[in-house]
Design a protein around this ligand. Structure first.
Ligand SMILES: [Zn+2]
Ligand SMILES: [Zn+2]
Length: 317
């Protein structure tokens, strides 16, 4: 039943009036199941979208491009990138991100220094009852503490941590490259088609009965009517490439500066909480998180691709 006597934020009251409470509860349960429990829904969705994009590329763009005598290595490049991407996708999904256990907690406690701001010494995870190494975090979705925790990724249904972030970065890079390769091949096909047909030199009759030279808007409309799925595919992969390129730049920035997403988020949040103190009082000395783990660009990248593991530390002793 609808209830209009709820107290709480105005938007919550509006929601409770418009949406029945049983439906609200069902939506909350669904959102909780989707984003706070481990399940393969997003992996299936990911593979389905990838399959649809490649099916459209194979069934239409590839064939037309061959007819227009495009170079075969360029046409096959998206498939090579898909193969590499699927290998690293599987590795990211299946690899242990750095689960902290009774057996390895002592060794992992020695890997990173404690900064006593974001990562205090001698703290314990209240859920696992394990001592927390610096840079680790308990993932509520997977219900485990993860060494050098970055974030939990629903698209791979796994945490991203010290031992699988290298796979994740290559997965991200090849996913962006495959989307960009398909976008470039599809755009090249449409441009070649326009050039071969000489369409841009034609004129058309507008609504008022006047002859108009073909312009870009008319060309896009014409191509959309002639090849709707290909133009939709092009729009989708362009947007996807830009989003992935933006996220990849962010992930590479974090890797180059030796920060995790968790630390970047917490660091920015701490700064937002304390900046009025810093701005208005010179005597205030809030404890702001400092990045003490960065040791230069190459050293930071080496840490991503050659992470310290318990067995590695054992060998060094
Ligand atoms: Zn824990
Ligand atoms: Zn997780």
């Amino acid at each position: 039943m609808c209830s209009c006597v709820d107290t709480g934020p105005p938007h919550a009251q509006v929601c409770s009036c418009v949406i029945p409470q049983c439906l609200q509860r069902a939506m909350q349960t669904l959102l909780h199941q989707l984003f706070h429990t481990r399940h393969p829904t997003f992996i299936v969705l990911h593979l389905l979208l990838q399959g649809l994009v490649y099916a459209e590329y194979t069934c239409e763009v590839f064939g037309y491009c061959q007819e227009l005598e495009f170079s075969l290595p360029y046409l096959l490049l998206p498939y090579v990138l898909l193969g590499v991407n699927l290998v690293f996708f599987t590795l990211t999904c299946a690899a242990n991100p750095g689960t902290i256990t009774k057996a390895n907690e002592s060794l992992l406690l020695q890997v990173y220094k404690f900064d006593d701001v974001m990562f205090p010494k001698n703290s314990r995870c209240s859920t696992c009852d394990l001592r927390k190494p610096a840079r680790s975090k308990h993932c509520r979705v997977c219900d485990r503490c993860v060494h050098r925790f970055d974030h939990h990724c629903v698209w791979v249904n796994n945490c991203i941590g010290a031992w699988n972030i290298r796979y994740f970065l290559i997965y991200l890079l090849t996913l962006m490259a495959s989307a960009a390769a398909i976008a470039i091949m599809t755009a090249a096909f449409l441009l070649r088609l326009v050039a071969v047909s000489g369409l841009y030199q034609e004129t058309y009759l507008d609504d008022l009965g006047h002859f108009q030279a073909v312009d870009t808007v008319f060309l896009i409309q014409h191509l959309f009517l002639a090849f709707p799925r290909i133009v939709f595919l092009l729009g989708f992969v362009i947007v996807l490439s830009l989003l992935l390129a933006g996220y990849l730049c962010f992930a590479l920035y974090l890797a180059a500066t030796n920060q995790t997403t968790n630390e970047w988020y917490k660091g920015n949040w701490t700064w937002c909480q304390h900046w009025p103190l810093v701005a208005w009082s010179l005597s205030a000395e809030p404890q702001i998180h400092q990045n003490i783990h960065s040791h230069g660009f190459w050293s930071n990248l080496q840490e991503i691709f050659l992470p310290a593991t318990p067995s590695y530390k054992k060998k060094k002793k």
